[in-house]
Ligand binder design. Structure first.
Ligand SMILES: C[S@@+](CC[C@H](N)C(=O)[O-])C[C@H]1O[C@@H](n2cnc3c(N)ncnc32)[C@H](O)[C@@H]1O
Length: 267
């Protein structure tokens, strides 16, 4: 992309180009203030590198508990709905209605590799079901997923149908508030919590896990040790003997990371 844009932007302007995503046939870009007047050239570059794209959308910030981003369409069809392909599944998304992050593709694949056939898995904060679909695609498991955004829930139901023939596992999808639904559910072999930023669901999700908890959180680089300590403390409170490994998944902003704590419950 940079070498293509070098035909139309100055070296100084090129320094401001940010990473972009392609979600289905929608290209999602960040256009910093320095490049506001160069949107047409950026669209031209994107279309040259990805001739199949039908929409170019400029991304804003994630808003509220449902983590929906603000977008403005800068070129193409007036829609933010598409089907994204990753890890052997199709994921129908509508970026104006529900959260979706294509950059977690590797993380979803990693988890699918860790899961064993026969497991019972709980996924709170499930969104349009990307984790559930990828795991059920490869493993013969029983997944229970929970989501509170009605539009994400409905897209998730469509995604189960869309992938029905490809799935080895089963997915039960519950519409509701994780903090009300989980206390009514049994415990599971594995719990995967793609926790929204600013929400603390550690005690609740650990309580539902028999053997593994994968808990996502956002922490400053110097606070990773504190998160590990907090989890070890919660394990002790719940009378669980745990091994905790925290790994950085992506850089959220300078020195702040999205991390995944892989908690192995030994007894
Ligand atoms: C960070 S997103 C992750 C979504 C999905 N797992 C993914 O990776 O695409 C968090 C999700 O939790 C949902 N959510 C937020 N609060 C919730 C609650 N109290 N109960 C159930 N879902 C909730 C949001 O609507 C959003 O879809």
């Amino acid at each position: 992309m940079e070498s293509v844009l070098a035909e139309r932007l100055t070296p100084e302007e090129l320094k401001h180009i940010r990473r972009y995503d392609v979600i289905g046939d929608i290209a999602v870009v960040q256009i910093p203030p320095e490049l506001e007047g160069r949107t047409a050239e950026i669209v031209w570059g994107l279309r040259k590198v990805h001739p199949f794209i039908k929409v170019v959308a400029k991304k804003g910030f994630h808003e509220g508990a449902f983590r929906i981003r603000e977008y403005s369409i800068v070129w193409g069809e007036k829609r933010l709905e598409t089907v994204h392909r990753e890890n052997g599944v199709g994921v129908k998304v509508d970026l104006s209605k529900a959260f979706f992050n294509p950059r977690m593709k590797g993380e979803r694949y990693r988890l699918a590799q860790l899961v064993k056939d026969g497991e019972r898995i709980l996924i709170p904060f499930a969104g349009v079901l990307p984790y559930a679909l990828v795991i059920a695609r490869y493993k013969k498991v029983r997944i229970t997923a929970v989501e509170l955004n009605k539009e994400a829930y409905e897209l998730g139901l469509e995604n189960i149908e869309l992938n029905r023939k490809r799935l080895r596992g089963e997915i039960e999808f519950i519409y509701g508030d994780v903090f009300k639904v989980l206390p009514e559910l049994p415990t599971y072999d594995r719990v995967i919590s793609p926790t929204p930023k600013g929400i603390d669901a550690l005690a609740l999700t650990l309580n539902k896990a028999e053997r593994w908890l994968h808990y996502y959180d956002f922490v400053g680089e110097d606070k990773i040790v504190d998160l590990r300590r907090r989890i070890t403390g919660e394990c002790a409170l719940q009378g669980k003997d745990c091994e905790v490994r925290v790994k950085k998944v992506s850089e959220f902003k300078p020195h702040v990371f999205k991390v995944c704590a892989d908690v192995r419950i030994l007894g």
